[in-house]
Design a protein around this ligand. Structure first.
Ligand code: TRP
Length: 486
């Protein structure tokens, strides 16, 4: 390579950037409402198990691939395997980055829009959830409103990535993550000091085991993936800016801990407020945009807390979006030798454009359906339910079965010698989870997500996905066999 690859300036810089990628809309918008819908504490218990059993082992594997190869996902598989199959897996990761970013910026854009609404005092008129949800539908029904904030958020993301790994991503995360944490603590204190907050805490902490079904276990599993940014090489790319001095297992544990902590705190802040203000906790995805503004309208000092809340959500989304753009940029910088600035501008604008139909899915294009769903729903479905679990499955198969554990151990040991010497059982446990537990569990989530489809047209798509899955698995086995016979 012509110019020297950038590296994280410090261990804390990496942890904060990676935690920044993990902590996003998934933690603050999605986790509280799915916990709310699936029995609160019981669901959280299942979710924590999924994080530990799948999330942590796969996170270690992804970061390890990145650090070993010092490359983006495509370059990484090229270097480690060279087989077209694995290079395609890497490319799918880069594509998934484009797709997720294109709709992620739309929701993140709403969040910026809601900071402005909060500042304007729009929420004070929200006497009940009906007024609030009408107001929301009105806003997202306005193409100009959605597009402007989508564009604004995309430009912010580009700005940070443009500045580079150290100056942009690392420094940005070092400022944004502590601010995010402080904002969240303020909101938690506000929540638990409201009269009636105990009901919210009880809902969040006292398990209702009857709500735990096969379905909710699978939701917990799928979310574990999304929330740690696994399955498309984002953590691989961040890992590629690490050096051999860093302890990957410990860093991974810290990232997972921070991600889980923030999700739980967001849940506490939201449910204490929702219950104290007598709102319904199980309204689903609208919880943040429909229900919370009503809560803020009724709360003393509500305007300030509303601004803080949506600022928190925007910052969390921004540190995640930059990790998505960075995957695409790293690919063009490493593999195509593009200058970083050019890659950021070109692909920032490309994702901005791919995002336009997602932004219009709530207004002008709400009736334009593909496979019976809007563009936005398709993009979300394709990325979250197919590409991410699929990517995660192959990453664990690659590290668990293809790479060769002798080599894996040599790489993992760098920076974590003490762990290897003092706790060899932990390392053995990781190997077992990665080889057997994670792939099997991911497979279950994957098949389930596909099984979720209802209509006949979607059924065709299901078959198509099933066929490609089967072909891929067969190909993989032939590949492995040939390797073993060599
Ligand atoms: N983890 C982020 C969230 O919880 C979203 C995200 C960022 C992501 N980068 C990713 C999800 C890569 C999957 C893959 O909101």
């Amino acid at each position: 390579m012509s110019n020297q690859r950038e590296h994280w300036g410090s261990k804390a810089g990496f942890i904060l950037a990676a935690a920044g990628s993990a902590i996003g809309l998934g933690n603050i918008w999605k986790f509280p409402y799915i916990a709310g819908e699936n029995g609160g504490a019981a669901f959280i218990f299942v979710y924590l198990i999924c994080i530990a059993l799948i999330g942590l082992p796969v996170l270690i594997a992804e970061i390890l691939i990145g650090r070993t190869t010092q490359r983006n996902p495509v370059g990484a598989f090229k270097k480690l395997s060279g087989k077209p199959f694995w290079i395609i897996i890497g490319s799918i990761g880069v594509m998934a980055g484009f797709i997720i970013l294109s709709f992620y910026t739309v929701i993140a854009g709403w969040s910026i829009g809601y900071i402005v609404e909060a500042l304007k005092g729009s929420f004070s008129q929200f006497a009940d959830p009906k007024v609030s949800s009408d107001y929301f539908n009105n806003l997202v029904g306005n193409a100009g409103w959605v597009l402007s904030y989508h564009t604004l958020f995309s430009l912010l993301t580009m700005g940070v990535v443009y500045a580079g790994v150290n100056k942009g991503i690392e420094n940005g995360s070092k400022i944004m993550m502590p601010v995010l944490f402080i904002l969240l603590i303020i909101l938690v204190i506000r929540g638990i000091t409201l009269p009636g907050a105990e009901k919210g805490l009880a809902f969040f902490w006292s398990p209702d085991w009857s709500k735990i079904t096969g379905q909710s276990v699978l939701i917990a599993l799928g979310h574990a993936f999304f929330t740690i940014s696994l399955g498309m090489g984002a953590m691989m790319t961040y890992g590629s800016y690490l050096s051999d001095k860093d302890n990957i297992p410990i860093a991974s544990l810290q990232i997972v801990f921070l991600d889980t902590l923030i999700a739980l705190l967001a849940g506490i802040a939201i449910f204490t407020s929702v219950f104290a203000m007598g709102q319904d906790p199980a309204v689903g995805p609208g919880l943040i945009f429909h229900t919370l503004p009503v809560v803020f309208a009724k709360m003393p000092g509500g305007v300030i807390f509303a601004v803080l809340f949506f600022l928190l959500l925007t910052l969390a989304a921004l540190t995640s979006a930059i990790s998505l753009l960075e995957v695409v940029v790293a690919y063009f910088v490493d593999e195509r030798k593009w200058p970083r600035h050019k890659a950021v501008i070109v692909f920032g604008f490309v994702t901005l454009l791919i995002g336009v139909p997602s932004a219009l899915s709530f207004n002008v294009m709400s009736d334009v359906l593909f496979f019976g769903h809007t563009w936005f729903d398709n993009a979300d479905f394709l990325a979250s339910n197919i590409l991410l679990p699929g990517g995660g499955l192959f990453i664990s198969i690659f590290v668990g079965w293809v790479w060769g554990f002798d080599k894996v151990y040599i790489e993992l040991k760098k920076g974590s010698e003490t762990l290897f010497e003092k706790h060899p059982r932990i390392i053995l446990g990781w190997k077992i989870f990665l080889k057997y537990v994670s792939p099997v569990m991911i497979m279950i989530v994957f098949l389930h997500s596909i099984g979720l489809l209802e209509s006949a047209i979607l059924q065709i798509r299901t078959n198509w996905v099933m066929i490609s899955l089967i072909v891929t698995v067969i190909y993989l086995f032939i590949n492995l066999k040939m390797r073993n016979n060599k």
